[in-house]
Design a protein around this ligand. Sequence first.
Ligand code: AMP
Length: 682
Amino acid sequence: MWLSCGCTSKNVMTFFSRRILRSYFHVLGRGRCNVAACMPEAAGFDGVLDRAGLQEFSVSNTDSFWAAVARQRLSWISPFHTAQDCDLNRGKIKWFEGGKLNVSVNCLDRHVHTCPERVALIWERDEPGSEVKVTYRQLLEMTCRLGNLLRRHGVRKGDCVTIYMPSCPLAVASMLACARIGAAHNVVFAGFSAEALAERIRDAQSNTVITVNQGVRGGKVIELKKTVDVAVESCPTVQQVFVAMRTENPVVMTARDIDMEEEMLKEDVVCEPAVMDSEDVLFLLYTSGSTGKPKGLVHTQAGYLLYAALTHRYVFSYHDGDVFGCVADIGWITGHSYSVYGPLANGGTTVLFESTPIYPDPGRYWETVQRLKINQFYGAPTAIRLLLKYGDQWVHKYDRSTLKTLGSVGEPINTEAWEWYHRVVGDGRCPVVDTWWQTETGGICIAPRPSDPDAEIVPGMAMRPFFGIKPVLMDSEGKVLTSNDTSGALCIAKPWPGMARTIHNNHQRFMETYCQLYPGYFFTGDGAYRSKEGYYQITGRLDDVINVSGHRVGTAEIEDVVNQCSAVAESAVIGYSHSIKGEGVYAFVVLKTDVDIQEADVSAQINNTVNKKIAKFASPDYIQFVQRLPKTRSGKIMRRVLRKVVEHDLNGLGDLSTLDDPAAVQEIIQGHNDLCSKQQPR
Ligand code: AMP
């Protein structure tokens, strides 16, 4: 119905699957693959003989590359006439103009035509062993009922619906229902406070919110509906709140609230998909910037979907029938791209993980891998470091033989965690892909794979740009650094389909943050090192770079070395103002639980190791041992909080409601005071 070429989607899928299948037989000797094996969509590119040639082609013939892939990967209602119309100098980014499509049709209907009973979602509920499987047919029905319900309640094309829900099938159906009727969604991580939620609802000008009565995480009940009640008090635009029931406990319903599941049952299971332009908004996603005000990054339809699908397929080597286990919450970009849009666009089976890595015990991830037979596991280094601390026995207890690829995302993965992940979790046989990307990039931009099957993977390095990505490093004067074995500000030289188009209601801020610092380039805000071999390693946010006596050093770099000390579970390093050196190094260190060693000895070991592995100037002036680090519920260390403690600016600690455990901050303040009373800095 929606295919402009007049074929049925079934024919397209069969043709496509056949091409992919055929390509497996074209793997050449000595670990190098021919183009069809690397990427069946690229089989027709003239003069492209191998993977290196394909990478080169993708950046030097950007239009041909992306146009060919977009035609083959996505189902179009009508074809696009222009592959791209971009000018980074002006912050103008447009892909596949003239094309019309519907994202929910791409994620659901076309798979329902070919394999309606294939499992689309496996909802790994907080309660272990109570997973729920949802087929493509069921998910389409759920999405259509919800789309009709939203339409009946006045949600129109171009509106923005805020979704405040834990990872669950109804949350995915809510996202896809918005896409179906042409509304944008604004998923807010269900750990944000009422104030943070309200700020995002107001900025997005949402008139509709979707939530659940209560969330359940790590065995604890979270009062999500109550949080929404408080938030919407200060959101005059909100007219209606749809409430689904995650638990059996009733909640107070106001005149504004609608029982979502009850009303969905009254709706038809067919919902006419809206015809969307490639560049219509698909979603907003708020993320933190260098200022206190979160920015709503805007992603659009075709380019985002294509990029999420392609990276999902090739970075993780996802194949039909695999079970993809991304454990990120849907409230973050990783959940959007690799729990929802990428896997579903590829007709995959994707896990929605509702729990925590240590509930009910530190074996949770691996028990889930065994039970759900997960093939690709994608998690965050912070969780890996945490689990490493509990010891190998929790991993060994479970069968992980289904695992084929292990992924890491969100922050630099230190060598020790990488090696543990590879050796213990993956039994030394699964490639570990350290994937670098951001909310702004929409999908993975740098990762060890895709590459030739036996191409080396260096621990803790994102390494290789994805197709169509051309990373460049800039020096402090804004000049492109051309040599290898060098560090600089990481920019991307060419637009790619998955990148954010603007900041909602603030294109000026988009321009200033990403486009103006290095005119003609997209500035990522990260620093990177390019090795002698030309591989990329992310050294951390540039705002986390410390300048000690004129020497620049990344906090991530120091952390990596500190974490190599055998007694250390994890660490966070920050810079602080130092009267002589400009900045000094302050390390917060969490020790492993089972170590029997004096703190003074660990301090000495840390200093020696940093002296040895980086330089004397990088070795910490202060080492504070803490029970735990302040982290967001998505597992990111809140360095801002640590900085404020070290600067004695307790009034500036800001909103702590997003912390996983706000009590950690009090312990850190106390420990810092004790340390300062005992020790003078070096
Ligand atoms: P977010 O937009 O919240 O996903 O955060 C993106 C930021 O996380 C990036 O700008 C990096 O600073 C950091 N990041 C994400 N992935 C990696 C990675 N593989 N290695 C190092 N840093 C990463």
